[in-house]
Ligand binder design. Structure first.
Ligand code: PMP
Length: 400
């Protein structure tokens, strides 16, 4: 009965790893998927995560009962504080409905489904370009996806004029997806001043902000600094949604830990919103998994463990920043044509190199370097040792 099922294409990002795994070359480098690697090229489990897991294992009062539909209550409260700030009026006034979801992706999906059912405007504007999964997540949630200009290839920076122009002609009430920090794939973020202008425009048109926060702490190494954009919008008392992921900043990728928060105008609206979120979640997966959220809650509620986390997080962010510097210098030393300043200017896990599809294909074929075809490289997959090989490949690709 399934003989007419056609072969589906590989996922454009995860497919890079599939191709990498098949390559027998000893010099191959995977700069496709956005997962942190140590200077030795190994995946990293944070020390503080290991400690939290030990505490959990040793606590024999812990059982494996189902969580509520909305997840672990402590985890939800602490996650809201992490993104909005512990002194956030929205939290103090009980205007935030937070539900534990399956990492960032699940949080975006639950948020999208809620909006499709309960919000009057179905159109969501996402940046051009954006993380490849956004279009699919929101389309399948029942929203209609449109794009707004974001990146200017000529300056390898923000197309701020284009962004404002596109949002100013969006239908009133439209939803706008914003990356809270470390925009994926471009590594280009608006400045705080630009965010303020975006906020003024969006509020004046009643556009609804939906923040995707997948990299809090990864951009600058500072959790509060990376939440500034979100806090600017929450401070004006208006509504917004936020999808948080602990995949990168706690290295909990496969544990699938995240949270969706909806900031409402009043406490009684918040109660009703939460009741409807439960109706979205229950038929999808009933309730979320317990282990990863327990790790996060253990770390966030203990002052000393929280401190340890921030130090380990900063070390990851700093290693990435260091890789940017090394790659930039390696290209300068080789006299590679072009201005590579964007490598050190861009923020977060990725560099949007500006290399085109053909150049990327050349680098994969001749140098066994794997990356997405849009020229995005994951700086977190780079090590001091592999920088010269990458620089040789880029040099050859642009001078061939
Ligand atoms: N949003 C963005 C912008 C991302 O880059 C990612 C991960 N690559 C996610 C959301 C979701 O990640 P996860 O579901 O693993 O938390």
């Amino acid at each position: 009965v399934f003989s007419s099922v056609v072969q589906a294409p590989e996922d454009p990002i995860l497919g890079v790893t599939v191709a990498y795994n098949k390559d027998p070359s000893p010099v191959k480098v995977n700069l496709g998927v956005g997962a942190y690697r140590t200077e030795e090229g190994k995946p990293l489990v944070l020390n503080v995560v290991r400690r939290a897991e030990q505490l959990l294992v040793n606590d024999l009062s812990r059982v494996k009962e189902y969580l509520p539909i909305t997840g672990l209550a402590d985890f939800n409260k602490l996650s809201a504080k992490l993104i909005f700030g512990s002194d956030s009026p929205a939290i103090q006034e009980n205007r935030v409905a937070t539900v534990q979801c399956l990492s960032g992706t699940g949080s975006l999906r639950v948020g999208g489904e809620f909006l499709a059912r309960h919000y009057h405007e179905r159109t969501i504007y996402i940046p051009q370009p954006t993380w490849g999964n956004h279009t699919k997540v929101f389309t399948l949630a029942g929203l209609s996806v449109k794009t707004y200009r974001y990146y200017d290839p000529a300056t390898r920076g923000l197309d701020f004029e284009g962004l404002l122009a596109d949002l100013s002609v969006a239908p009133p009430g439209a939803i706008v997806l914003l990356h809270a920090c470390a925009h994926n794939p471009t590594g280009v973020d608006p400045t705080l001043d630009q965010y303020e202008q975006i906020r003024l425009l969006m509020r004046s048109k009643g556009l609804l902000p939906f923040f995707d926060s997948a990299y809090q702490g990864f951009a600058s190494g500072n959790l509060d600094a990376d939440a500034q954009s979100v806090r600017l919008f929450v401070a004006d008392g208006g509504e917004c949604l936020t999808a948080q992921s602990y995949a990168k900043n706690m290295g909990l990728y496969g544990e699938r830990v995240g949270a969706l928060s909806i900031v409402c105008k009043s406490a009684d609206v918040t109660v009703r919103v939460e009741s409807q979120l439960k109706l979205v979640i229950r038929p999808m997966y009933s309730n979320p998994p317990i282990h990863g959220a327990s790790i996060v809650a253990t770390i966030l509620k203990d002052r000393e463990m929280y401190e340890e986390w921030t130090i380990e997080l900063k070390a990851m962010a700093d290693r990435i920043i260091n890789m940017r510097q090394l790659l930039f210098e390696a290209l300068r030393t080789r006299g590679t044509p072009g201005d590579w300043g964007h490598i050190i200017k861009q923020i977060g896990m990725f560099t949007f190199t500006g290399l085109n599809r053909e150049q990327v294909a050349f680098m994969t074929k001749e140098y066994h370097i794997y990356m997405t075809s849009d020229g995005r490289i994951s700086m977190a997959g780079l090590r001091s040792q592999t920088v010269p090989h990458l620089a040789d490949a880029i040099h050859a690709a642009v001078t061939q």
